[in-house]
Ligand binder design. Structure first.
Ligand SMILES: [Zn+2]
Ligand SMILES: [Zn+2]
Length: 148
């Protein structure tokens, strides 16, 4: 745990960020979860331990982390910003029932042909968003949309 804390401090410093308690707490929180929380969800989580954070301070910590390339914003629902400390290339699965977002490893999809874009478009980056129903919602919605 202490080792992890040191690693976080080192990472923040290596990106030229001043290490503040808020930045530390926000980044540590994001690293510890993979559910792509919103600012509100991070706030709830952090205030369990020490009720000093406000949404504004968390938001500004997130902006700093994002500008440093440590955190990315995930926009899968209109008007909802979620945050992800997994900055390696990956895709997302979005459950339309519960809104859960789960990472999909990059090499899951092998055959996306950027070469088949029309001439004149040069691709730089892409990611796939798969929408559907996750397994914890599967029982509550009608089945029969194929099997895995
Ligand atoms: Zn679900
Ligand atoms: Zn992700």
């Amino acid at each position: 745990m202490q080792q992890q804390a040191n690693a976080i401090v080192q990472t923040l410093k290596s990106k030229g960020l001043r290490v503040t308690p808020q930045r530390f707490a926000v980044y540590a929180n994001l690293l510890s979860r993979s559910d792509h929380p919103t600012v509100e969800q991070i706030l709830i989580d952090l205030n369990k331990d020490c009720p000093v954070s406000s949404q504004a301070t968390i938001y500004s910590s997130l902006q700093a982390l994002r500008e440093a390339g440590l955190v990315r914003e995930v926009l899968l629902e209109e008007g909802v910003s979620r945050y992800d400390a997994n900055i390696d290339a990956h895709h997302h699965f979005y459950c339309r029932c519960c809104g859960a977002i789960e990472d999909i490893p990059w090499d899951t999809f092998q055959s996306i042909q950027l070469k088949s874009l029309r001439r004149g478009l040069s691709a730089e980056t892409y990611e796939v968003t798969v929408k559907g129903v996750c397994d914890s919602c599967d029982g509550s919605v009608s089945k029969g949309t194929g099997n895995r």
